[in-house]
Design a protein around this ligand. Structure first.
Ligand code: BDP
Length: 702
């Protein structure tokens, strides 16, 4: 009897572990519980007719069919047996029909899903359009949408929708909080881990069509023949899913790998080396996408070492790629350590004068804000400022500065805030989204069984893809989809999770860097607060360089009385940001150094407002925990318990941030904490003395 009981328990626990470990992401395809809807779907989707020009032996179409079959089997118990599929005819009335149309009707990569003559018709002009349309249809079922009267036409707003992996060849991931790299350079090309396919499926399901598999802090070895064979094996797995492979190029590769004496981009031998290397890459990967380059930035080699400009550097790679249709994504993330310079102004100063000097196949990749992926930054003034140079918007999906692997923080509001920001560079309505040719997202994927470590990290991968496809999508809609698919489509579950994700970004801003503060994190690992740090060799690596707190006040003066970086914005935007009375409070201390008693619109002094915001951040994490607790029993216990544990860490760390920052800033403000704000239990020396040898990404040392 005891044995039976044991077996029973064991059976149950393995079953549930297998069921809900997060591996399946938002593509779970569990049976639809709503019986009425389930039968309506079954009535509609029990048959498939495949039009004459749709050859399902082609890899992308075969992948689409496989996905459809798996999806329908899981969600509806419908088995699309050969008898239920008719090929080359318009098929019987009812059912689903795949129809090839011209690009005049449906754009490349796009698709149309509509009810027509009693059939649900999926029309596309490209193979990948059928794949994207299939994922959309499955999403409709997973989110329990009504298929009646369905009529939608989808076209991706941006051609380039790319993940950037900061994955190193040794398997570590820079700023990765979900384990090691999923790309196993040791066992490739022989071992094709099914994860590679599932990764490509997940990307395709949200329209991501490119993957840069190596770190921007690049290693030239990736261009050696044996590595290229490995990369080619990955590209082969990705190809059916419409995901192109890209690599990062180390500017000094001609020296390190090619044995040349220089990497000067104007040297004929260097030009020839890049041309030959690129030819070799295309031999292995015929649809290779191109290079991402981090040059003359944080110690990376670049053209400036040879007195050449970024354009001269980018163009030599662009010329090598041009015959094959490849592109260069040249990063604008450059800054030097001139103590007089404002780091926020440097990318603009460097790149605007180069507008018009890049080859057509160069895109400049610009981080969303002028500094570095902070919890909140104003949009980079480069957006819209280079009419002749296409730009890519770079977002960070991995949460280096927003709680890393342990905080629940939904990034869609951050992504959307920058996409919708009106640069005014070309009159009103020149949003960042309208100025860019594509989006690059620094991936948060790793070997963690659930891919992203924190279970809610998946939502950011999902949101990035959805917004790259359609920047106008509202974050609520995106999270509602994600919650319904990843957890349950029941209304309390999806609305609670959506509300948590939407609200969490502002909560995080409040407990870390409210009112436009930025770069307050600890050094190196960037885990936790370090506002007191002021002794690093490079001035712009010190938090004190950014907050500039003193007895008179706090904040970085970027107006005409300070660095005047605000002048880089279009006149209307500049005017708004430059005046503390009109500057939105969320950017106040980004642009202004203000007295502690500065009067906020709501009647609080700046010091009081700062304290209240930190407190609101901490209170917000308690609210998150309460919201989540109310879902107990509504979702599977495994993931419920896991998220609860992370929320406990988040509450503790939010308090740590608030206490450390307020204890520190009070040493300058010399004012009491207002009512309603819990004073820090320790003085600043205590917070300063803490160290975290186990923080992600560092080697613990005595
Ligand atoms: C910073 C990261 C660093 C990256 C750098 C970059 O701390 O690890 O290499 O961005 O984007 O935020 O190149």
């Amino acid at each position: 009897m005891r044995l039976l009981l044991l077996l029973f328990c064991f059976g149950l626990s393995t079953l549930s572990l297998q069921a809900e470990d997060g591996y399946r992401l938002w593509l779970r395809y569990d049976p639809i519980q709503n019986t009425a809807l389930g039968s309506a779907y079954r009535a509609q989707l029990g048959q498939l007719s495949i039009g004459p020009d749709v050859d399902t032996t082609q890899a992308t179409l075969a992948a689409s069919l496989l996905e459809l079959r798996n999806g329908l089997r899981g969600l509806l118990g419908v088995e699309l047996t050969p008898a239920r599929i008719s090929v080359g005819t318009s098929g019987a009335a009812g059912g689903l029909r795949w129809k090839r149309v011209g690009e005049d009707e449906v754009a490349r990569e796009g698709y149309r899903l509509r009810q027509r003559d009693g059939q649900l018709e999926l029309a596309a002009s490209s193979n990948v359009g059928f794949l994207y349309g299939t994922f959309h249809l499955l999403r409709l079922l997973q989110t329990e949408a009504d298929l009646k009267g369905l009529d939608l036409l989808e076209t991706p707003a941006k051609e380039l929708r790319i993940l950037n992996h900061w994955d190193n060849l040794d398997g570590t991931v820079e700023r990765g909080y979900a384990g090691f790299s999923i790309f196993n350079w040791h066992t490739l090309p022989d071992v094709l881990d099914p994860r590679y396919t599932d990764y490509a499926r997940a990307c395709a399901s949200v329209g991501i069509n490119g993957s840069v598999v190596t770190n921007v802090n690049a290693n030239s070895l990736i261009f050696r023949e044996d590595y290229l064979e490995k990369a080619a094996a990955l590209a082969d797995v990705f190809r059916p899913y419409g995901v192109r492979l890209y690599l990062t190029a180390r500017f000094s590769a001609p020296v390190e790998l090619g044995g040349l004496e220089t990497a000067d981009p104007l040297d004929p031998a260097v030009i020839a080396w890049w041309a030959e290397k690129t030819r070799e890459i295309y031999e292995h990967i015929p649809d290779f996408g191109g290079f991402v380059v981090k040059a003359n930035s944080e110690g990376q080699p670049g053209p400036r070492e040879y007195g050449r400009s970024h354009a001269e550097g980018a163009n030599v790679l662009a010329d090598a790629l041009a015959p094959y249709g490849g592109i260069v994504m040249w990063r604008a993330f450059v800054y030097n350590s001139d103590p007089e310079a404002d780091r926020a102004a440097q990318a603009y100063e460097e790149f605007v004068p180069l507008d018009g000097k890049f080859r057509d196949n160069v895109m400049v990749q610009v981080k969303n804000g002028p500094i570095d992926f902070q919890p909140r930054e104003p949009f980079s003034p480069l957006f819209g400022a280079t009419p002749e140079t296409p730009l890519l918007l770079e977002l960070q999906i991995t949460k280096e500065y927003l709680g890393q692997g342990t905080h629940l923080v939904g990034l869609a509001p951050l992504f959307s805030e920058v996409l919708q920001a009106d640069t005014r560079q070309n009159g009103p309505g020149t949003t960042v989204a309208s100025t860019v040719s594509g989006l690059a997202g620094v991936s948060n994927v790793g070997t963690a069984r659930n891919w992203t470590g924190h279970p809610f990290g998946q939502a950011d991968w999902y949101a990035f893809g959805r917004l790259a496809w359609d920047p106008a999508l509202g974050p609520e809609r995106i999270y509602d989809e994600w919650a319904a698919m990843t957890y349950r489509p029941e209304s309390k579950v999806r609305s609670t999770i959506t509300e948590m994700l939407i609200t969490s970004r502002e909560i995080c801003v409040n407990y870390m860097t409210p009112l436009g503060l930025h770069h307050l994190m600890a050094t190196g690992h960037h885990y936790g607060p370090g506002p007191w740090v002021s002794d690093l060799s490079r001035p712009e690596w010190n938090p004190a360089y950014y907050h500039r707190a003193d007895s008179a006040g706090i904040g970085f003066d970027r107006t005409v009385t300070g660095s005047n970086a605000v002048a880089q914005y279009a006149p209307e935007v500049r005017a708004k940001f430059a005046d503390p009375e009109t500057c939105p409070p969320e950017y106040l201390l980004w642009f202004h150094h203000l007295p502690w008693d500065f009067q906020m619109d709501n009647g609080n002094t700046l010091w009081e407002e700062l304290c209240y915001r930190y407190q609101a951040g901490v209170d917000g994490t308690e609210w998150l925990a309460i919201k989540w607790a109310a879902l107990e029993g509504e979702i599977d216990p495994e993931r419920h318990a896991e998220v609860s544990q992370y929320l406990t860490i988040q509450q503790r760390e939010a308090e740590w941030w608030k206490n450390a920052c307020l204890a520190y800033f009070q040493t300058f403000a010399q004012r009491p904490f207002p009512d309603g704000v819990t004073p820090p239990p320790h003085d600043v020396d205590h917070y300063r003395s803490l160290d975290y040898p186990y923080a992600p990404g560092i080697r613990p040392q005595w």
